[in-house]
Design a protein around this ligand. Structure first.
Ligand SMILES: Nc1nc(=O)c2c([nH]1)NC[C@@H]1CN(c3ccc(C(=O)N[C@@H](CCC(=O)O)C(=O)O)cc3)CN21
Ligand SMILES: CC(C)C(=O)C(=O)O
Ligand SMILES: [Mg+2]
Length: 278
């Protein structure tokens, strides 16, 4: 399995880092088979598989439940797990307790938390305690309420300067990588150039050190609208919908199950059971 230092080497060698989310056992197994470098147990699971309209309702218990399933499917892939809303804001003590639970109870290798300067102390404390940390800047969905929705960040010079400072804060605080979500490609390129640690982009252009996408978005498997930055490599939803509708219709009209889907008893057993009265 890769280590945090391997990701730094990949940046230095200009070898792209592939990250994909997974929320359950089969997805994790498929991600591992696809040789992704890192799996993210993202709190996006709240929206994608739990049906909430933001990531805010996601709890520590939700993350641990899904994280354990992912680890069972991908024992040999580096796993990053999101710290959910408010699990790293109350105090450093709470941050450490929650970070430790995510790592110890799921077997994940690192935690990710949203914010730069405002969470530098948390990044420092987790790292000092031995928990590898990934930063997350730009569109930080847990603060969409404050940002005014899911909007591209760092579009003007002042916001871009602040984002660059936040990225440097993450690095200084000890993060071993940083996710850049929905930032202009020119800014993502510049941040990537000025940081020593790798950047992983989502809606941040071609010049980051790696890319991350949501599993269901890649497969066209989700049931909601996908953001502009997504490339859908498949359109599974209609395939699944048609298959389920066919199953439903066949049970209703009696064409499923067929004989080949059934089990039989030997004639002599039937005779002794019913005494030949069948
Ligand atoms: N399925 C899914 N994929 C994701 O990538 C994802 C989630 N869910 N949930 C958690 C966050 C939320 N994300 C989002 C959600 C919406 C947009 C969005 O609608 N963006 C607009 C851009 C708006 C602008 O121009 O400022 C878009 O058109 O893509 C972006 C990121 C990314 N994450
Ligand atoms: C979109 C990625 C970066 C994420 O944080 C998530 O899936 O929760
Ligand atoms: Mg997230």
């Amino acid at each position: 399995m890769k280590q945090t230092t391997d990701f730094l080497k990949m940046k230095q060698c200009e070898e792209k880092i592939v990250m994909l989310t997974a929320y359950d056992y089969p997805a994790a197994k498929q991600a591992e088979n696809a040789e992704v470098d890192m799996i993210l147990v993202g709190d996006s699971l709240g929206m994608v598989v739990l049906g909430y309209d933001s990531t805010v309702p996601v709890t520590m218990e939700d993350m641990i439940h899904h994280g354990k399933a992912v680890k069972r499917g991908a024992k040999d892939t580096f796993i990053v797990i999101d710290m959910p809303f408010m699990s790293y804001h109350l105090s450093i003590k709470d941050t450490l307790i929650n970070g430790a639970r995510l790592i110890q109870e799921t077997g994940a290798n690192a935690v990710k938390l949203e914010g730069g300067d405002r969470v530098a102390e948390q990044i420092r404390s987790l790292t000092k305690a031995g928990i590898p940390v990934v930063g997350h800047l730009g569109l930080t969905p847990q603060s969409a309420g404050v940002l005014g929705g899911y909007k591209v960040q760092g579009k003007n010079a002042e916001a871009a300067r602040k984002l660059m400072e936040d990225a440097k804060e993450c690095e200084k605080a000890g993060a071993f990588a940083v996710v850049l979500e929905c930032v202009p490609k020119q800014l993502a390129k510049q941040i990537t150039k000025e940081l020593t640690i790798p950047t992983i982009g989502i809606g941040a252009g071609q010049d980051t050190d790696g890319q991350v996408l949501v599993y269901h978005d890649v497969l066209g498997y989700g049931v909601d609208r996908v953001p502009k930055f997504v490339k859908q490599y498949q359109n599974l939803n209609p395939v699944i919908q048609d298959s389920l509708s066919a199953y439903s219709a066949e049970v209703k009209n009696g064409s499923f199950p067929e004989d080949r889907h059934s089990f039989t008893m030997k004639e002599e057993e039937l005779l002794s059971l019913y005494g030949g009265k069948v």
